[in-house]
Design a protein around this ligand. Structure first.
Ligand SMILES: C[S@@+](CC[C@H](N)C(=O)[O-])C[C@H]1O[C@@H](n2cnc3c(N)ncnc32)[C@H](O)[C@@H]1O
Length: 291
């Protein structure tokens, strides 16, 4: 166990296990489904540091700024397609805030921000991030599937980036989003994309190249060898739109994004961009609640 730095967020002790070891430990433990999800993320808070690194916690204002920069640089869709300044004076909810890079950006630009995460560690890091920036974020440890402590129709915008595919019952969380939005309120949810080069390419390598097919693994189960979280559901755009619509969220658009240069090195940038929009790893859906 590694103690948290005294100058940084006061988080509970975390693990020096590798993600795979943690996954195996959780799957053999007595935990219920959602505790496994939570247990994985308590052990590996999202700080944009390598999972293997010993010291993964930002402790200084500079380190938080660096974490935020990686968040926005590695997710260029946010800079291109999300106007963080558009919510000035409005009530924004971030679900699964991790280290709080987005929550703090909304707050810096004048939104009234509530940020929830299932782990106490993420909430501690998010609070520290807001503190070093001098912004107000109401950060609370809550499960996206059980947001009963938040009032119906109370948010203008609900944002969740890379979170709900890790939850044990994502549809329960989508229903919460529909309940919490004001009429006319907007939402944005990003999850993992099934029709992606990463899902199929890395999956096939694990199944066939590493012979895991012979050991009873499936395309879905081998994802854990290279993807974060205990659960990591992947959706096609139609599957996601169907699940969201059934949960009461009318989908206005879906978009595919994210193609690491490590996945296909040595290709022209224009081609990478075209591929990214078709077989990228991240699937975004957006919409507006009927007024
Ligand atoms: C991949 S990280 C993403 C964090 C942040 N959104 C970002 O993009 O940096 C996933 C986050 O979702 C949180 N999470 C997973 N399941 C959750 C749930 N049911 N309710 C709230 N947070 C959840 C995890 O604790 C973790 O902080």
């Amino acid at each position: 166990m590694i103690p948290s730095p005294s100058s940084g967020p006061q988080i509970e002790s975390w693990t020096n296990q590798k993600p795979q070891q943690k996954h195996a430990e959780l799957s053999h433990g007595p935990a219920d489904a959602q505790s496994r999800n939570q247990g994985w993320w308590e052990a590996f808070p999202m700080t944009y540091q390598s999972w293997d690194k010993d010291q993964r916690l930002p402790a200084t204002a500079g380190a938080f700024a660096e974490m935020d920069a990686v968040y926005f640089d590695s997710n260029p869709y946010l800079g291109e397609a999300v106007d963080f300044a558009a919510f000035r004076g409005q009530k924004v909810l971030e679900i699964g805030c991790g280290g709080g890079s987005a929550a703090c950006r909304f707050a810096e630009l004048g939104a009234e921000v509530t940020a929830v995460d299932i782990t106490g560690n993420a909430i501690a890091i998010c609070r520290q991030n807001a503190l070093v920036k001098g912004v107000q974020v109401d950060a609370r440890q809550m499960d996206a599937e059980k947001l009963g402590g938040l009032a119906d129709a109370s948010f203008d915008f609900i944002y969740s980036w890379g979170v709900l595919h890790h939850s044990s019952d994502p549809a329960a969380a989508y229903r919460q989003v529909a309940r919490l939005l004001k009429p006319g309120g907007r939402w944005l949810i990003m999850v993992y994309h099934k029709n992606s080069l990463r899902y199929w390419g890395k999956g096939l390598f694990q199944l066939l190249g590493k012979g895991r097919l012979l050991r009873g693994e499936t395309m879905e189960s081998v994802q854990r060898f290279f993807t974060d979280g205990y659960y990591h559901k992947h959706y096609t755009a139609d599957e996601l739109a169907g699940a969201l619509t059934q949960s009461g969220l009318g989908v206005e658009l879906t978009a595919v994004t994210h193609m690491s240069s490590r996945m296909i090195p040595f290709i022209p940038e224009g081609l990478r961009k075209a591929l990214k929009q078709r077989i990228g790893w991240l699937l975004v859906a957006r919409g507006t609640k009927a007024g």
